[in-house]
Design a protein around this ligand. Sequence first.
Ligand SMILES: NC(=O)c1ccc[n+]([C@@H]2O[C@H](COP(=O)([O-])OP(=O)(O)OC[C@H]3O[C@@H](n4cnc5c(N)ncnc54)[C@H](OP(=O)(O)O)[C@@H]3O)[C@@H](O)[C@H]2O)c1
Length: 332
Amino acid sequence: MRVAVLGMGSVGRGVLQMIEEKDLGISVTAVADSRSALIDKDGISIDEVLEAKAKSGFCGDRSLTAMDVVKKAAYDVLIEVTPTNADTGEPALTHILTALEKGRHVVTSNKGPISREFSRIRSLAAARGVQVRYEATVGGAIPVMHMLEHGLAGNRVLAVFGVLNGTCNFILTRMAAEGLTYEQALLEAREMGYAEADPTYDVKGIDPAVKLVILANTFCRKPVTLEDVEITGIDLLTNDALRLAEEQHCTIRLIAEAIPDRGILRVAPRLLPLSHPLVVEGTLNAITIETDMAGEITLIGKGAGSVETASAIIGDLLYIRNFHAERHPKKT
Ligand SMILES: NC(=O)c1ccc[n+]([C@@H]2O[C@H](COP(=O)([O-])OP(=O)(O)OC[C@H]3O[C@@H](n4cnc5c(N)ncnc54)[C@H](OP(=O)(O)O)[C@@H]3O)[C@@H](O)[C@H]2O)c1
């Protein structure tokens, strides 16, 4: 199976390294970053392209772009791992729609297009008879989409609750453990490289809300958008609130919840007993799925990281390889 990779940042490099290291029988025929691209239908050398990127900042030819890769390269699966734009989904949205139009499968970690244009992307993939998979958009390494789609197949999903933002969870953990103010904990998160220079999307709860939209669209029949989510962040939380919570053997976590039967789609700080399964520490993520047959299942794991996110992408790729092998037995 041949793949083209758009984006050579933390996730893109992690994916390339794992494809190389694990000898998965996957050939990389194109890569692109923001200012260059490399295309070779016979397969590029992953080591060479990683070295070139590290040395020069460019992965290939400066006269080629990501759209050249999408339109001209020979690939079966497009791996879209460029930066997220939650407002427009671009340029990833155009990359994804163009690849699907051409009858190519898509795997992405990019929340923007999947949260904004889920129905459009899904219907186009269905019309072209190809797969679009996005495990890495929610919960990093946690295989929540596989769980919803396969592990819990046949169950009715009644609700999903999650700690979906590692930066917020780190801040809340540090405020509770050390009595830090919100500002001190945010500064520490920045110093550790967990928080962006502009942490607004995380601390105001927009990032977990976007992930909640993706989860809800995956398991609910009624499509939802970011505008449907009631959002409260952690930026106004005082350490007095955490101290009071502790006096009751509780703590506070930023919980994203979708309960379709009650019309609830919300991200807000919630008081939870210390023994609650969603009380995870540091940058961990956790997701509880409540179902009619299986009851409650909680998954806990690393919500970000180069190789951790690559794990989710490789899982999607191997799923597609099986799907692809059934349809094109000689080409895999
Ligand atoms: N990092 C994580 O742990 C994680 C976890 C889950 C999901 N995600 C999502 O995965 C995606 C990638 O994250 P990341 O951390 O790898 O980001 P990153 O380190 O900022 O890397 C982004 C890469 O995309 C390239 N790029 C930017 N604009 C492009 C364009 N128009 N065409 C082609 N390439 C372009 C950049 O090129 P240059 O190298 O030239 O700047 C860079 O190589 C994002 O959507 C992010 O939200 C990340």
